[in-house]
Design a binder for this molecule. Structure first.
Ligand code: FAQ
Length: 331
């Protein structure tokens, strides 16, 4: 079906017959699973969609460091502290790969970051929730990185070459993140006090639904999905990925000895999947509008980091310019 569709610049998709020769060649290439590379011709709307998605993804990685950064100074042991610091540094690296992949499309990193600071660019809704206790570090690793992996494993096959290649390395690192998170929770459930076990359940109660929202609106309410699937930017729909995540996570939840805050969650023998309750989409859209528990704090923190780092960037640039001038003088 998707081989028959191509972009129009609006949310509508058109058939192969409606396309210009350039658009048709592009779509045939995508359908043949040939990667699109930066210098190849591409429809403007394909480029825009990728800049939007990759910049949002990069912003998510960078803003995503903040809820975890909150716990570095309070990690319970040296080993946990080192693991958490390594994980947070990995997220910074993911942000950098992704901004670089976005720049191959001709977009400006500074401009996209400025849009984030002005509240014009989105980042994953999940990072607008607070991290209130140590077991949240476990739940973030297990649920948030777990959800991110389900989405990103599929993105390794996305049609744009630089994005797909960035995903390969990112997925490897996210797997370590997910395991270290799960291990934190397992240790607390196996060796912890009753209070610590209750803490784990509390983290799951708070982060379960926001983790499910990471996959985006239901397919029928997702304005970008149809076109993004036609271009093979997205390879599976929001609802398909959400279901995959639930199916793989519930057995892990049971192994922990915990429960989900969803009375409707149950195995369905007929479909071979877990049924689950209705997501509170009004909460999701409120968070997207900037009204989540931590939206303002997250953006203020990112702005402060950029402002306070200005002198470092200026000094590094002045040094690089000087060095280049010296090389030119010597030549
Ligand atoms: N939060 O039409 P759709 C991580 C927006 S990385 C905020 O379905 P699309 C690692 C969407 O952008 C997590 N906004 O959109 C980590 C669109 O906005 P528009 C990030 C959301 O793009 C772990 C509008 O709603 N991962 O966690 C969300 O086709 C731990 C309509 O939605 C990625 O970004 C949301 N949850 O599908 C780091 C993966 N959902 O058009 C630190 C790449 C939707 O107004 C610590 N992205 N929106 O600009 C994707 O796969 C897709 O962009 C989706 C959304 C699936 C997120």
């Amino acid at each position: 079906m998707y081989a028959q569709l191509v972009e129009t610049g609006s949310k509508r998709v058109k058939t192969l017959e409606e396309m210009s020769p350039e658009e048709r060649t592009f779509q045939e290439k995508v359908d043949a699973e040939i990667k699109i590379e930066p210098k190849n011709w591409m429809p403007d709307a394909y480029r825009k969609t990728l800049v939007r998605q990759i910049s949002q993804h990069a912003h998510s990685e960078v803003v995503g460091m903040l809820p975890e950064g909150n716990w570095v100074t309070r990690a319970p042991t040296l080993k946990r502290k080192l693991q958490l610091m390594a994980k947070i540094q990995d997220e910074a690296g993911h942000g950098l790969y992704l901004y670089s992949a976005m720049e191959t499309l001709g977009a400006s990193r500074d401009e996209e970051i400025e849009k984030l600071h002005q509240g014009k660019a989105k980042y994953s809704s999940i990072f607008n929730y607070p991290t209130l206790n140590w077991s949240d570090m476990g739940a973030v690793g297990w649920l948030v990185d777990g959800a991110a992996i389900v989405n990103q494993v599929v993105l390794q096959r996305t049609s744009y070459g630089p994005y797909s290649r960035a995903m390969v390395r990112i997925c490897k690192e996210e797997s370590f993140h997910q395991r270290q998170g799960y291990q934190i929770l397992l240790d607390m459930m196996r060796e912890g006090t009753e209070e610590q076990k209750a803490m784990v359940q509390d983290s799951i109660n708070r982060l379960w639904w926001p983790a499910l929202m990471m996959f985006g609106p239901s397919d029928e309410d997702s304005p970008n999905s149809q076109q993004s699937m036609a271009w093979k930017i997205k390879r599976k729909s929001n609802d398909e990925l959400r279901q995959m995540f639930i199916d793989q996570t519930v057995p892990q939840l049971e192994f922990l000895g915990c429960t989900a805050p969803d009375p409707d969650l149950k195995w369905n023998e007929e479909t071979g999947h877990y049924d689950f309750g209705e997501i509170d989409w009004s909460e999701f859209y409120e968070v997207l509008k900037g009204n989540g528990p931590c939206n303002r704090e997250r953006i203020a923190t990112r702005k402060k980091a950029i402002d306070e780092g200005t002198w470092v960037r200026q000094a590094a640039k002045a040094y690089a310019d000087k060095k280049q001038q010296k090389q030119r003088d010597a030549a």
